[in-house]
Write a protein that binds this ligand. Sequence first.
Ligand code: NDP
Length: 322
Amino acid sequence: MKAIRIHEHGGPEVLSYEDLPEPEPGPGQAVVKIEAAGVNFIDIYFRTGLYPAELPITNGQEGAGTVVAVGEGVTEVSVGDRVAYTGAHGAYAQFAAVAADRLVSLPDEVSTKLAAASMLQGMTAHYLIRSTFEVNESHTVLIHACAGGVGLLLVQMAKKFGARAIGTCSTPEKAARAREAGADEVILYTERDFESDCKRLTGNQGVDVVYDAVGKSTWVGSLNSLKPRGMMVTFGNASGPVPPLAPLELTKRGSLYLTRPSLFAYVSSREDLEWRSSDIFEWIRDGELRIHVGGEFPLRDAAEAQTCLAGRKTMGKLVLIP
Ligand code: NDP
């Protein structure tokens, strides 16, 4: 089978399109014939070495397809089931052996491609809006990179639960896409000072929560955009990791809360995985959540897909088709 392998950390050029033996299912595993794989920033972090992994690995943390073999003791899925998963290396390939208790079955109405486009970013937006900070109609939220994969989903979910959504992004085209997704206000943070715009838009109060996965370049402005006792959610490093922070900085700004969450702690139990994924699939089916697939690439062009994502050239989600 074909797969995209990483033997050493580096730029997109280290992604190597190779032949590998097809995997056999170990105990508790199912082999999935991957029909679409999601492209995510986390794939870039594993490629560059920002997130540690013992090399070599097959890149890719999100896939969907059909079960073609199951190992000993598997009860969750059967051969022929359409499934999706996230949270294990190896999705940039034609086949992947995956722990069966990490697979979720797909409803008929959700295509395999949409499932691959919605598992990781969809469940991320879900835990951020439903669990990390439970958003409701009394809240104003600030969402950075609001036309990105996670961003467009955060905007839609914040609106679904009644909040006022202020977004930031870099271009008028991205702003239009975010408005279409429901954003009440969009600030072009490459042209304007988002911190003062946020103050102005909230009558000098500040926002209740900031969802910031841009990281280094927005970090201080994000902290300054919160109201007293607001919640700073730093959940990514698109522009680089954030520097260390002395707790007194939180005191100075009005007893802020700070969290640095990751999806995998929010879907570690089977119950949470099923809750979040079934909500996502239900909302897609009912037309409450629109997944914008902003680009499709053949598997061999994984490097080009990652270059587009890292270069801020994309809106919504990119997928690879093996
Ligand atoms: P996006 O589609 O959001 O792409 C990243 C966006 O970040 C860009 O389009 C760009 O939007 C913005 N950005 C701002 N500065 C930079 C920069 N210097 N370089 C590149 N991009 C920049 O990606 P994803 O939806 O895949 O991921 C978004 C973030 O969410 C990532 O940081 C990722 O790590 C994080 N994440 C965290 C998870 C968690 O559980 N902790 C889970 C999933 C994702 P613009 O042009 O509008 O500025």
